[in-house]
Design a protein around this ligand. Sequence first.
Ligand code: CTP
Ligand code: CA
Length: 220
Amino acid sequence: LRPDPDAGLLAGERVLITAGPTHEPIDPVRYIGNRSSGKMGISLARAAHELGAEVTLVLGPTSLEPPEGVRCIAVETAQEMHDAALAAFDSASVAICSAAVADYTPRNPADHKLKKANEPLDRIELVQTADILADLSRIKGRRRVVGFAAETNDLLAHAQAKLERKGCDAIVANDVTRSDSGFGSDTDKAWWVTSAGTEELPTLTKDRLAREILRRVHDF
Ligand code: CTP
Ligand code: CA
């Protein structure tokens, strides 16, 4: 077994990672969700732990297991993820937001199961959720904050706009229309976008991409 060339790279760092989807309740049995598997965030958490960091993973609903050695906070909704992430950021030196947070949540979730005969669910009033990445970036000071952008078109333009709008240090831009990238895929084709420019990465497994991201976080 060859020694890991990156061993100890993140020793002393406390890394916060958001991962997975969120579920926004319509009533106690129904929700609005999305296709995120949580794989990328779980790969990041595992890799950061392997590199010697203390890791807190704020994880939305997923069937995947959090890695060994990582503090995992399980959440359901965007609001719960927001509150858990902001609390954990108090003692973090780095934050990486890989979660697919719902952008909208039902304004008034019902407290009982809606019945189709007399409570038709033909429309749901939605309100926007809080932006975790933007809120962490606003209070980060000298701490490093990284976000993701999963796009279907104009990938780099959207990623650069997001970098500025959110105020984070880097965006990992991912073209989810490619067969080697995005939802459910085991590999990703990504670009590393910072104010210094854009770097194209090769198609990598999520574990390898996690390493590449964490090396760049270390080099900031
Ligand atoms: N994000 C977040 N909180 C939200 C929405 C997004 O922390 N409420 C984070 C994601 O984890 C990701 C980044 O912001 O790191 C970009 O998410 P994305 O959905 O691409 O950006 P939005 O600003 O929501 O823009 P849109 O969905 O319209 O493309
Ligand atoms: Ca969004």
